[in-house]
Write a protein that binds this ligand. Sequence first.
Ligand SMILES: *Cc1c(COP(=O)(O)O)cnc(C)c1O
Length: 303
Amino acid sequence: MTDLTAPANIAVNIDILSDNFHRSKNISVSMLRLDKIHPVLSGNKIFKLFFFLEEAKHSTHKKIITFGGAYSNHLAATAFACKISEIKCIGIIRGEKPEKLSHTLEYCIQNGMQTEFIKRSDYKKVNDYSFTENLKKKYGDHTLIPEGGFSEKGVMGAAMIGNYYGQEQYSHVCCPIGTATTFAGLIQINKNNKVIGFSVLKNLIDIGERLQYLNISPTSQYEVNHEYHFGGYAKENEELFSFMNSFYEENKISLDFVYTAKMMFGVYDLVKNNYFPPGSNILCIHTGGLQGNKSLASEKLKF
Ligand SMILES: *Cc1c(COP(=O)(O)O)cnc(C)c1O
């Protein structure tokens, strides 16, 4: 069986997307199918978690604590990764415990995550020294993963995504941006191509500070696109769903509505607006996250 906690052993394919319009512009768009690794422990998460899992596996405490909201792909992936690695997992959840848990949190609990719900006002302080000291007192020694893996270790893991495609083949590499950890890893590993990150947040105004905090020395050209967040994090509309459905019809590839659908909508729109020069060979990273679609009403998507 493939060891899901060792990304180096995982085979990943690249699909060329079929689109006559792109072809007529002499542009090729491909997709790195990190979503196919596993339904939940997939996409960028398996990479961002890698070095944290290694640390916890080789520790005596064998315990991970991390953070997230009720729909967090990061929490779901961490819960599953800890389960198969036999690591105890504690999730600090943003917001008071609701009457009905989200699909994501149900999944986390089913996979052995112990949860602690904290008020939104307190959640803002989770990175403070006093908060992390309290975690140590309460739960003992552990490996702490910042929300979304936003850290140098997370970047190192994300940079391993670069081993899954031939850099020289692509003029542009695209990914969605949440915390920007994945984007940071990609701009550190790509050289001759340009990395475009599509922000899914409405106000991603501190990308410079983020990259500085992550201690990045970019080796590629890069650009952050702010035009396709659809109103902000996890916001959606019929235009987005309709794009996801037709994308699925054409390519038989499911996108998630929070991240990858917005990136692909953006890429297609940029092709239409002649952003990419003819001859461009674009690689889009499917960062997974498909479990998030389960929070949508079932009639929205045809897949
Ligand atoms: C978490 C997630 C992202 C965001 O990645 P960052 O490294 O936080 O920018 C992108 N796509 C999917 C599908 C995700 O689940």
